[in-house]
Write a protein that binds this ligand. Structure first.
Ligand code: NA7
Length: 566
């Protein structure tokens, strides 16, 4: 059966004794930006689709990550959908970098504006997806025991959606309140008058710490690895800035899609804020001037100060040293400043952080920093945290300890393809994908921003739109040509995996024990999971594959079974 239209029957024939599953052309897992855009485009194509979403609302990562200070580090004018000219004109952002509540409001606006909710089933967690070779359909199971059947299954499950608590002895014995930044209570938390611990100093902690410090009586930060962080210089959106984007959105969005990260760091600059010069090609004074200017502008554009910061150790050292000099300038206590200075991995190889008053917060009298390298945590106790230096008592512990990134959520679903082969087993040594879009042996199972695509190294919304558009084109092609299944060949997948790996190893990224490398989860294979080739290059690679008749994929005609059966 080819890709069917909405007008055709939805219900697959139930086999004898089998509970009949609700049938769709496509089941989408997740109602974040990826899932919502996919649903919208599928409707345009005339396919029936349903989103299954564990949360009570849309927004994905912005639904869950409600910790104080949560904010996007891509500018709002760019961290937004481009597919609808009307949407991008009518929505107004209040700040240069929007906070979580505003991004969640935007996600809800998108859901309402495109009437998406009627095809979203909330509070429904997908626990299994099994491919039935006989019917050539995915059988999808949920935590509520519901069953769905679909010709296609799209995993829009996000890259950072499985929060990770640290494996510390005695964690469950603690009697105070505990929170994880990735599962923050909807009603918020009032830390007034409390002694609060924050464990972890990644992006989430760096955003949360200055805000919690203002409220709590005492804040103690437990740091294992210091992070490089650049001030965001966030501020209110100005009518001029908004107007300059809205009047040139088409041109600017088109350009952004060709950039390495999918972001224009400075839309008014001839080179879009990328300084295409080696850090070693300029004098010490000039280099310092460039870094000072980037520091003053703020945000992740700091890493575009020179063109080899992520490939040349010597160049990287100059940027790292500049940031350390800033930390030493800002933090008044020299011993605390030294603990906050990252020294043992290149800048940018763990995700560069962007903050508002992070280092300044350590000048507050109610904030203390504990260096876990010097005094490791021995246990969580009923009253607090015990390190090699003694016990600290707290009213609340905030775990800002990150995620089982990029693969965790997919590996938690029991996904089985042809001959019952399990994704978990196939990915045991690291994720195996072709273009980060599909995995061999899993026909008609797509991943939005899967491992092996630029994903977390890019503006996620740019990457989401590109993936969804590619998938929609593939489905339209299948429909037009009477094709029923699509899946990558093992050879194409292996070659892509090698390409992703080689690209990663040409950079300094592989020198850091980061979540990009799976290093934050015990036993997880150390593989550089995202594709560093760049959003623009990657788009060309995907388009070329499609132009060559979906090179590296096997597409099966609807009547192949009849032929095979004869
Ligand atoms: P991250 O960036 O993974 O940060 C987690 C932090 O928690 C990091 O500082 C870790 O130290 C620390 N951590 C983890 N386990 C422990 C234990 N057992 N003891 C002490 N400290 C620990 O997660 P975030 O949520 O901040 O950010 C994730 C992404 O979300 C971010 O990059 C943005 O893309 C949005 P470590 O570095 O492992 O020594």
């Amino acid at each position: 059966m080819p890709v069917r239209g909405a007008e055709e029957t939805r219900e697959p024939q139930a086999r004898k004794g089998e509970v009949r599953a609700a049938g769709y052309d496509v089941i989408i897992v997740g109602a974040g930006f990826g899932g919502m855009y996919m649903l919208h485009r599928l409707r345009e194509l005339g396919l029936s689709a349903r989103i299954l979403e564990a949360a009570t609302g849309v927004g994905g990562t912005w639904y869950w990550n409600r910790y104080p200070g949560a904010r996007c580090d891509v500018e709002s004018m760019q961290y937004s959908f481009s597919f609808s000219p009307a949407l991008q004109q009518e929505w107004s952002w209040s700040e240069r970098f929007a906070g979580q509540p505003e991004i969640l409001a935007y996600a809800n606006h998108v859901a309402d504006r495109f009437d998406l909710r009627r095809d979203i089933q909330f509070e429904t967690r997908v626990t299994a997806a099994h491919y039935d070779e006989e019917t050539r359909r995915w059988q999808i199971l949920t935590n509520g025991g519901e069953r769905f059947s679909a010709q296609f299954c799209v995993m829009a499950t996000g890259c950072l959606s499985t929060a990770k608590l640290p494996e510390i002895e005695g964690r469950d014995s603690y009697q105070g309140a505990t929170y994880h930044t990735g599962y923050w209570p909807h009603e918020g938390v009032d830390f007034s008058g409390q002694r609060v611990a924050v464990i972890g100093t990644g992006s989430s902690a760096i955003q949360a710490i200055p805000v919690i410090a203002e409220q709590a009586a005492q804040l103690t930060v437990f740091q294992r690895t210091p992070n490089y962080s650049i001030p965001s210089r966030n501020g209110p959106m100005t009518p001029d800035y908004e107007g300059s984007w809205k009047s040139q959105y088409d041109v600017r969005r088109a350009k952004a899609r060709t950039m390495r990260t999918g972001i224009l760091y400075d839309a008014s600059d001839a080179n879009y804020g990328i300084n295409d010069v080696s850090a070693m090609a300029v004098s010490d004074d000039e280099r310092r001037r460039v870094y000072e200017a980037r520091w003053a502008t703020g945000g992740t554009s700091f890493m575009a100060a020179f063109n080899d910061l992520l490939t040349n150790q010597e160049s990287n050292d100059t940027a790292a040293e500049f940031v350390r000099s800033k930390i030493r300038e800002i933090v008044r206590n020299p011993a605390t400043a030294e603990i906050l200075c990252p020294k043992d991995y290149p800048i940018g190889t763990k995700r560069i952080c962007v903050d508002t008053d992070y280092f300044e917060t350590y000048n507050r009298p109610n904030v203390e920093l504990v260096d876990l390298k010097a005094t490791p945590i021995e246990a969580i106790t009923p009253k607090g945290v015990r390190t090699a230096a003694g016990e600290y008592e707290f009213d609340a512990i905030v775990y800002a300890t990150g995620f089982d990134a990029m693969t965790g959520t997919l590996m938690n679903i029991d996904i089985r393809g042809r001959e019952g082969a399990e994704l978990r087993e196939q990915w045991a040594a690291g994720p195996q994908t072709y273009l980060g879009l599909m995995s061999a042996g899993m026909p008609n199972l797509f991943m939005i921003t899967g491992p092996g695509s630029p994903s977390v190294l890019s503006n996620m919304i740019v990457s989401i739109e590109q993936h969804v558009d590619w998938m929609i084109d593939a489905l339209a092609h299948m429909r037009k040509n009477g094709l029923e299944t699509i899946e990558p060949t093992a050879d194409a997948q292996a070659a892509w995996g090698q390409h992703v790996n080689e690209a990663g190893h040409r950079t300094l990224y592989v020198k850091a024990a980061s979540w990009y490398m799976g290093a934050n989860v015990a036993g997880k294979p150390r593989v550089f999971m995202p594709y560093i080739g760049g959003v623009g290059t990657y788009r060309e690679e995907c388009d070329e594959v499609a132009a060559k008749g979906y090179e590296g994929f096997v597409l099966t005609p609807a009547d192949a079974r009849a032929v095979a059966a004869e």
